[in-house]
Design a binder for this molecule. Structure first.
Ligand code: DNO
Length: 351
């Protein structure tokens, strides 16, 4: 198969062993990061070297990083941005030195993904992550103390309020300008060392609490890709993130950007959009959610996609406990389903 199947692994603290991951049929690459260093600091080479060695020992390739986080000051364009960008570039060089070919990041203000519950029980007893508007409405982070699950608890509520106000002031265009500065500095370095940068879309792809969100829809992805028109400036196309806005035609997006070779990394998962726009994470299978995963894979194959793919967020099933979205069992089922779709699509294309 042309695509490179990968699995996210959180390093030594991950309850899932590399040995177990290597037993998933077709598994090739490990997606990981140096998680114990704060944004804005240089990653120790020893950590990267150890990661590479452990993967090698398990017949896996450590060649995808998720993520090198972008410091809030870069996104806000304040403080010593030049210094922070220099550190960012140095981290790319160091990753490349240990074999990394693809680096994922996002440009979401303050929070990465937003959900209101991480263990919503489905009728079959499995649990998954959900975002329900009726749990969100009425929450005002400028007034209330909010602790949504999964949010960075290293910020105090006052810091969160300060950041939200600062982002409100720069707005979407300010965020675009800071992203442009970031790309113009970082992409040439990535090109030089053979790394593809893959931006992760905003999850969900619409404003939360009035924070600007820009990596959200086709028009904005076009704008993003044209800032630096290079395969080193590519997408991490996350079907579940883009897919929870019903206005996004994920299959068409995959087709368009795969054809132009601007997808470096695919996060494949399924979500169910509810009537009021809320969404639930579901099993990978097309019939379990709102996305047609077969059409997504077909669009990749028809356009010669040969980048990285990982089964994204799984449910918790079979009594497994662990990091919400990142258990072994359901992601392994997702991997096997993805393998099946790719094999079928590729074989039918070569016939
Ligand atoms: C969620 C992930 C994201 C992703 C980052 C990339 O599970 O898809 O946290 O890793 O947004 O920077």
């Amino acid at each position: 198969m042309n695509m490179k199947l990968s699995f996210r692994w959180y390093g030594k603290d991950d309850p899932i062993s590399l040995e177990y991951i290597s037993q998933i049929p077709g598994m090739r690459s490990i997606v990981s990061a140096v998680y114990d260093v704060k944004p804005g600091e240089v990653w120790p080479e020893e950590s990267l070297e150890a990661m590479k060695r452990e993967c090698d020992e398990n017949n896996l390739v450590f060649d995808v990083v998720e993520s090198i986080p972008v410091h809030e000051d870069i996104k806000l364009g304040r403080g010593d941005v030049d210094k922070l960008l220099e550190v960012y570039c140095e981290n790319i060089r160091r990753c490349a030195k240990y074999g990394v070919k693809c680096v994922t990041y996002n440009f979401m203000p303050v929070f990465d993904w937003t959900r209101t519950q991480l263990d919503k029980k489905a009728p079959d007893g499995s649990t998954s992550l959900v975002m329900y508007w009726d749990q969100m409405r009425g929450l005002d982070p400028l007034k209330d103390d909010i602790h949504l699950p999964g949010w960075d608890s290293s910020y105090t509520q006052d810091e969160v309020r300060e950041l939200i106000t600062a982002y409100g002031e720069i707005g979407e265009e300010g965020l675009w300008a800071n992203l442009e500065k970031f790309l113009k500095k970082v992409i040439p370095v990535a090109e030089e060392c053979g790394v593809r940068m893959a931006i992760h879309p905003d999850d969900p792809p619409y404003p939360i609490f009035g924070l600007p969100r820009i990596i959200t829809c086709e028009e904005n992805l076009d704008r993003f890709l044209s800032i630096v028109d290079s395969p080193a400036n590519s997408l991490c196309l996350c079907t579940g993130s883009l897919g929870c806005a019903a206005s996004n035609d994920v299959v068409e997006m995959v087709r368009k950007y795969a054809k132009r070779d601007r997808i470096a990394f695919m996060h494949i998962r399924n979500i169910k959009i509810m009537e009021d726009g809320s969404f639930e994470e579901r099993a990978h299978l097309s019939s379990c959610g709102s996305l047609d995963v077969y059409e997504i894979v077909k669009a990749l194959c028809e356009n010669g996609f040969d980048g990285y793919v990982r089964p994204d967020h799984g449910r918790m099933i079979w009594g497994e406990t662990g990091k919400p979205g990142y258990g072994l069992f359901d992601r392994a089922l997702g991997a096997t389903y993805i393998n099946g779709l790719f094999e079928a699509c590729e074989k039918s294309l070569t016939k």
